[in-house]
Ligand binder design. Structure first.
Ligand SMILES: *Cc1c(COP(=O)(O)O)cnc(C)c1O
Length: 217
């Protein structure tokens, strides 16, 4: 199973970066994957998973959480405000806080429940029009506004442009997190998680390298 290989590569990258073992959380991105592949990774003992779609996650994870104790589920896809309530009940972390209206909604839900998932602010480091995320120039203000609403933030998240070297984007995200007093960095996918760890990632989101290619057919 590739889980073993990827886990080992994460450990090696931690060591190479002079970071303690376990400094990086490997999020196994299971979106669109057949259930038996997800069960195999759970069976191998892995417990941290990422999903992109609330509806898909709500359809499969409640039953899996019953069967496998200790699952931590991370929302890594765009979150519509009308799905926020389902999301806060299902996910232990949300990596895609990207706009004031969603921050307000999450703050209201957190007040009502007395608890909130871990939150990461998504930053559109490449300033791509088709991509979600707060623009780099707006990050400091947005972080301050979220804190003003009473939200506790864990860190920042980015998805660098597909055609670019990720390195500068990872470095930019790390710099923005540092100046805002945030320690969490959700960055790095199958193709570049080792570079992300070298740049300080605390959470890497790895899908196809663990599960195999996704079949959207
Ligand atoms: C799908 C997805 C991943 C995983 O991508 P792979 O290239 O399969 O590792 C990571 N992060 C986000 C935001 C994704 O949507």
């Amino acid at each position: 199973m590739s889980l073993t290989d990827i886990t080992e590569r994460v450990r090696l990258a931690e060591r190479a970066a002079g970071r303690p073992e376990g400094a990086v959380t490997l999020i196994a991105v299971s979106k669109v994957q057949p259930l038996e592949r997800v069960e195999a990774v759970l069976g191998a003992g892995h417990r941290v998973f990422g999903e992109n779609y609330v509806q898909e996650a709500a359809g499969k994870w409640p039953a899996l959480k019953e069967r496998f104790a200790g699952v931590s589920l991370h929302m890594i896809g765009p979150l519509q405000s009308n799905k926020a309530k389902v999301a806060v009940d299902l996910f232990e972390a949300i990596h895609t806080l990207d706009r004031p209206s969603l921050a307000q909604k999450l703050a209201r839900l957190a007040d009502a429940r007395g608890a909130c998932p871990e939150l990461f602010v998504q930053v559109n480091t490449g300033e791509e029009s088709q991509k979600a995320g707060v623009l780099p120039t707006d990050v400091d203000g947005f972080v301050a506004d979220c804190r003003g609403l009473g939200l506790t933030l864990s860190g920042l998240m980015c998805i660098p442009p597909g055609d670019a070297d990720s390195g500068p984007h990872f470095a930019m995200l790390a710099e923005m997190a540092e100046r805002n007093g945030l320690t969490g960095l959700s960055m790095g996918m199958s193709a570049d998680f080792e570079a992300a760890i070298a740049a300080g990632a605390t959470h890497v989101r790895v899908g196809s390298a663990i599960f195999g290619a996704r079949d959207y057919g």
